[in-house]
Ligand binder design. Structure first.
Ligand code: NAD
Ligand code: DAU
Length: 359
């Protein structure tokens, strides 16, 4: 059994699907169901005894302790976070609360559980084979110029947004819990993900759905900011590889070797949609592109040097951006019910009816 947090969200839900499809053991999924958590991401798992959903906060130490004692997981993977940069600029409070304070409570509850595990390599779980894997981001390294080398694990932390700063703080806590208490941790720092089940506030799903809805496609500033794009399933496989074979206490950067300026990403999506679902008025989707005010403090370029995970753990991405983005656009076209749910208020009402709490 493993305990996962934040797996009603984008990457976590993809992780559960990938994990269970691979025939692995059951999971407990602790998720607060914020606006970004969506039970529709877990469709197909109702009634599957390998997936146990618990609505709750990683910062609720009593709850986390109870779950650890009840299920005795051999590993915890922390996906839970506030994850959107724009929201962190408008209201950083939730980012501090979940990403820093929440991670602290989770880590400390896990430390209490781990410290009482049998000191016996043959037991499962044991103090030796237990793992805490923290899922983090390349944004902790700050921004690059066009000619800087890609982020390596040895780069200094220079976060620029409240989101990036809160993730950087969480990474530091995780590191400290290893160095001070010996908790067997692993940290992954990944670049921009895309794929199914992504909340349409992030660039790629926003552009697909706005294009189909006849809305503007907002490009911040000059659109020349560069991101490295990785298909979410590649990220999930990388996390699994790190969990099973990563060296305790280490950090692994994960990336797709797919650097692209935002404007090119958006034009690529427009071109795919022109082919798959042409506009009824005969116009092209690029005509919906609208340049808007830039994001404050907008990082210019991210790039990941993923040689360490490739060399040590023999992981590399399977998907190219070309193949991954085409599959992704097709997925959003093929799943109108998911799209309707995620874009309607009815979803929140459903959550409250089933799992309680506030809308
Ligand atoms: P997401 O916003 O789609 O999902 C976050 C999930 O966490 C949601 O289900 C939400 O309900 C849950 N959550 C939030 N606060 C919680 C709390 N206090 N307790 C329990 N659950 C809570 O995020 P995502 O894009 O899936 O990202 C997952 C992780 O991966 C995050 O830690 C993020 O920083 C990291 N990451 C994301 C990307 C990316 O491109 N999306 C890239 C690198 C790293
Ligand atoms: O690098 C990893 C990070 O990638 C993750 O840690 C974050 O959780 C994830 O949200 C993502 O951060 P970004 O800020 O890079 O992603 P976003 O999709 O918000 O934006 C991608 C780029 O597109 C960025 O340069 C801002 C730009 N953008 C974004 C939106 C939403 C636009 O030009 N227009 C938009 O409407």
């Amino acid at each position: 059994m493993i305990l996962l947090t934040g797996c009603a969200g984008f990457i976590g839900s993809n992780f559960i699907h990938t994990w269970l499809a691979g025939g692995n053991e059951g999971v407990i999924n602790l998720d607060k169901l914020t606006y970004a958590g969506n039970m529709d991401n877990l469709t197909g798992l109702q009634g599957d005894s390998r997936h146990q959903f618990i609505r709750g906060d990683i910062g609720d130490r009593e709850l986390v302790t109870r779950l650890l004692e009840q299920y005795r997981p051999r590993a915890v993977i922390n996906f839970a976070a506030e994850s959107h940069v724009d929201r962190s600029i408008l209201g950083p409070g939730d980012f501090i609360q979940t990403n820093i304070v929440g991670t602290f409570h989770l880590l400390d509850a896990v430390r209490g559980y781990w410290s009482q595990l049998p000191d016996d390599v043959t037991a499962s779980p044991s103090r030796q084979n237990f793992r805490f894997l923290h899922v983090s981001t390349d944004e902790v390294y700050g921004t690059l110029t066009a000619t800087d080398p890609a982020f390596a694990e040895t780069n200094p932390y220079l976060p620029n947004s409240p989101y990036a700063a809160s993730k950087a703080a969480s990474d530091h806590l995780v590191r400290a819990w290893h160095h001070t208490y010996g908790l067997p941790i692993l940290t992954t720092n990944c670049s921009n993900n895309y794929g199914p089940y992504q909340f349409p506030e992030k660039l790629i799903p926003l552009v697909i759905l706005n294009a189909l809805g006849g809305k503007p496609l907002p490009i911040y500033g000059d659109g020349q900011q560069v991101r490295d794009w990785l298909h979410v399933e590649d990220h999930c496989h990388a996390i699994m590889r790190v969990l099973e074979s990563g060296r305790v206490g280490e950090t692994y950067n994960i990336g797709g070797w797919n650097e692209m300026p935002n404007i090119e990403v958006v034009k690529t999506i427009c071109g795919i949609l022109d082919g798959l679902r042409p506009r009824v008025d005969g116009h092209r989707y690029v005509e919906q592109i609208t340049y808007v005010k830039d994001r404050p403090g907008h990082d210019r370029r991210y790039a990941i040097d993923a040689r360490k995970i490739q060399k040590e753990l023999n992981w590399k991405p399977k998907e190219t951006f070309e193949s991954g983005i085409r599959k992704t656009v097709q997925w959003y076209l093929d799943n109108p019910e998911w799209v309707a749910g995620v874009t309607s208020g009815a979803y929140r009402q459903w959550v409250v009816r089933h799992y309680g709490g506030q809308e």
